[in-house]
Design a protein around this ligand. Structure first.
Ligand code: FES
Ligand code: FE2
Length: 417
């Protein structure tokens, strides 16, 4: 249980709030690069700030104030040129650093028009593994961490976005919540398929460990032992707002205090006999969350998670909760956020930030599936593993995979459509 003031500290993300300032120190995934192929401009709301993301004709990415520095028109209705984005109202041209390059009327009529003071807000953007990451904190920006899976080859990757109607922190608490797998995904999942029994192996033992890039949780369930990878390796609640499960990442990116962009990146190693495989573009798609009656879709794993997150309310009221031993990881994670916020207020750099380019270029994380993802296995062996067999049949993580993404997957894997 938390006081209302402590809950507010964890959940408020606007500029100047303690958590908002902490999260701004880390690169945040905000879109898929392929989203800008059809239309090079996308509106983005991030930690309470309204922005536009664009790719200019020179291939540079920009993330700038949504409103034009001239008289505040909406830059989302402008167009991109070789060196920036132009406002459609009076034609001012702005670049990715926020500099105003052209003011057409002034440039025509005055001998030396000064553009000083007309800069607009601008944040750096970097592309990695098909994702676009933005940094909203004080400069110089730290290195963008290149997690090891981003360097893997011979994989079919896809990015799935979802607009989640609640605060980011309750989503992130789910990254360190092993027991919900048993209930939400297994037992509830079985009921949704018409099975009236609790089918899931019970959790018998949990362990949570802190490391530089977050927390590792380990578990033993009925039928498993401490020899199992779920105990010897575990899974990662990635600091500060991610989740890493061996073949995919999820991030809970705050849109504002009451909304979150769920960004998930998936890797599927093509069968050993299919390589070398090169994926030209990483597809990005948006998972719908509600059916036509307005009820949440419950058929897919992350959609089920979202039922839990949104069900806790726009901002979960942590003054009314009752934490137990299954929630030790959650208490540890909250504690670390409070410590980091305090350290930052004392002028210290928060943990997990990387300043060395060398260190950032391939960061290994605990991974239960490294060999499968790097070495690969023959297609015939997929059948021996129930999870892999299922993964070939359908995309179980998010509802609504578009048919063209399925077709590209089928083609990459070399399986019958
Ligand atoms: S408001 Fe954008 S150019 Fe005038
Ligand atoms: Fe889950």
């Amino acid at each position: 249980m938390l006081t209302a003031a402590r809950n507010e500290m964890l959940t408020r993300v606007g500029p100047g709030t303690p958590m908002g300032e902490l999260l701004r120190r880390y690169w945040q995934p905000i879109a898929g690069a392929s989203e800008l192929d059809a239309n090079p401009i996308k509106t983005v709301r991030l930690m309470g700030e309204d922005l536009v993301l664009y790719r200019d004709r020179g291939g540079r990415y920009g993330l700038i104030d949504r409103h034009c520095p001239h008289r505040r028109a909406d830059m989302a209705y402008g167009w991109v040129e070789d060196t920036g984005i132009r406002c459609s109202y009076h034609g001012w041209l702005v670049d990715q650093t926020g500099r105003c390059l052209e003011q057409p009327y002034e440039d025509t009529t005055s001998p030396k028009p000064s553009k000083a003071g007309c800069e607009t807000k601008a944040y750096p953007v970097k592309e990695c593994a098909g994702l676009l990451f933005a940094y909203l904190g004080p400069l110089p920006a730290p290195e963008l961490p290149v997690w090891e899976p981003f360097t893997w080859r011979n994989g079919f990757r896809e990015i799935v976005l979802a607009d989640v109607p609640c605060n980011w922190f309750q989503c992130q608490e789910n990254s360190i919540d092993p027991v919900h797998f048993e209930w939400m995904h297994d037992n509830w999942g079985a009921r949704l398929r018409g099975n009236d029994n609790n089918v899931a192996p019970k959790h018998l033992k949990l362990k949570f460990e802190a490391f530089d890039h977050g927390f590792i949780y380990k578990r033993v369930r009925e039928g498993q032992s401490e020899e199992d990878r779920y105990w010897t390796v575990g899974r990662v609640a990635l600091w500060p707002n991610g989740f890493y499960l061996g073949s995919h990442f999820e991030w809970r990116v705050p849109v504002d205090d009451e909304n979150t962009l769920s960004v998930a990146w998936f890797f599927m190693r093509v069968p050993k006999d299919r390589g070398p495989y090169v994926q030209e573009r990483v597809p990005t798609w948006v998972s719908p969350l509600q059916d036509e009656t307005g009820r949440f879709i419950t058929s897919h794993v992350i959609n089920q998670d979202i039922v839990a997150w949104a069900g806790q309310g726009r901002i979960a009221d942590r003054t009314k909760e009752h934490l137990r031993s299954s929630d030790i990881g959650i208490t540890m994670m909250r504690g670390r956020f409070f410590e980091e916020i305090e350290a930052m207020a004392a002028g210290k750099e928060p943990g997990g930030i990387i300043r060395s380019a060398n260190e950032a270029q391939c960061i290994a994380l605990p991974n239960m599936a490294r060999e499968f993802n790097t070495e690969g296995i023959p297609l015939a062996d997929f059948d021996k593993d129930p999870i892999l067999r299922q993964r070939l049949k359908e995309f179980r993580h998010h509802y609504g995979q578009p048919p063209e993404v399925r077709r590209a997957f089928v083609e990459a894997m070399g399986i019958p459509g």
